[in-house]
Write a protein that binds this ligand. Structure first.
Ligand code: AVJ
Length: 329
């Protein structure tokens, strides 16, 4: 479904159909009827969840956001020069700050031609399209209202060397199999002359990682619990949110953080929209997020499995986080 709206150099196309609304219902039905109950992390981010996530990014324990920002600021110029990037494709609302760092570097190099924001929220796509069209005169913007996990085939053909950032460590939220499948779709999206710019959290002292997900102010706990409010509101469920506790631990074998919600007492939950009843035993845990941490080997392995190769891995002096350039192998 495409409904182009022309506003000067800004064009927005929508690829979301009526079926795309069903993912929360499908995920909840699928996730709550498993032996180890599970809710996928994409449903954290309603208005309140997004606010809480922004608060997490400011926490002293949560080093990821600020470290990635420093790496980007230090390397944007070099990245743009080495790749000859003329076009930035942005997956998910992203943060205007990170986008600006890259667009500024492209503008300074004199190569900035096109910006392609992709997001499921039409409001977000229109907002960032207008924002950057105003800020960078002559910029051509093609916005896609689309789910980047499903609709990357609708991207326009590259206008020249394309850069596709996928930052923030979000790639770590995919379980290993779908991570490689998603990377494969990114490979197709960057094209023969393009690059992927991938942000990944790195394997490190488990105490440092665990502290980032068990902050002393309890913001991550609220963020985790918020997904129950989302299901209550959107699907007419009756989770007693106060009867769940936040759990986050580093799984040393799988090298990922796992977040869970633990029922403090037995609980019966009804999900009206699904006509579904689920029982939680006392201390039963439901998985709400995995956040994989990477070694260079893990990164190379995932990229290779997706038909890409690592060009350069930029890290901070403490080796906390990495921003990596990759291209088609
Ligand atoms: C935005 C997915 C990278 O995995 O660290 C923050 C989300 N979860 N605190 C992450 C999150 C708990 C975050 N990502």
């Amino acid at each position: 479904m495409t409904e182009p709206t022309l506003q000067g150099t800004v064009e927005v196309r929508s690829h979301l159909g009526p079926d795309d609304e069903r993912t929360l219902a499908d995920d909840v039905l699928d996730g709550l009827t498993r032996p180890l109950k599970e809710l996928p992390p994409k449903h954290f981010y309603d208005a309140r969840g997004s606010e809480l996530f922004d608060a997490i990014c400011e926490l002293p324990e949560y080093y990821q956001t600020r470290t990635e920002r420093l790496i980007l600021q230090a390397r944007a110029e070099e990245i743009v020069q080495r790749t000859g990037t003329v076009e930035l494709v942005e997956l998910g609302s992203g943060s205007a700050t990170k986008t600006r760092v890259l667009l500024d570097a492209m503008a300074a190099a004199g190569t900035l031609a096109r910006y392609v924001p992709v997001d499921v929220s039409a409001t977000t796509v229109h907002a960032v399209a207008e924002l950057f069209a105003d800020e960078y005169p002559g910029l051509s913007v093609i916005g896609l209202v689309a789910d980047f996990e499903r609709h990357l085939k609708h991207l326009p053909a590259p206008a020249g060397p394309r850069l596709v950032p996928f930052l923030g460590g979000t790639i770590g939220n995919f379980p290993p199999g779908s991570r490689r499948r998603f990377l494969r779709s990114l490979r197709d999206a960057i094209g023969p002359h393009g690059h992927l710019l991938l942000g990944t959290d790195l394997v490190k002292d488990p105490r440092v990682v665990e502290a980032a997900y068990n902050d002393s102010a309890g913001v991550t706990a609220q963020f985790n619990l918020n997904v129950l409010h989302v299901v209550n509101r959107e699907l007419g469920a009756n989770f007693d949110v106060s009867a769940f506790e936040h759990v986050a631990f580093f799984d040393r074998e799988r090298e990922w953080i796992e977040m869970r919600l633990r029922a403090s007492e037995p609980q019966h939950v009804r999900v009206e929209a699904l006509d579904l009843e689920v029982a939680f035993a006392a201390r039963e845990e439901m998985r709400t997020e995995i956040s994989a941490k990477f070694t260079p080997q893990r990164l190379r392995g995932d990229l290779a499995a997706a038909g890409m190769e690592l060009v350069e891995m930029f890290t901070d002096p403490d080796g906390l986080f990495a921003v990596s350039l990759a291209r088609i192998a």
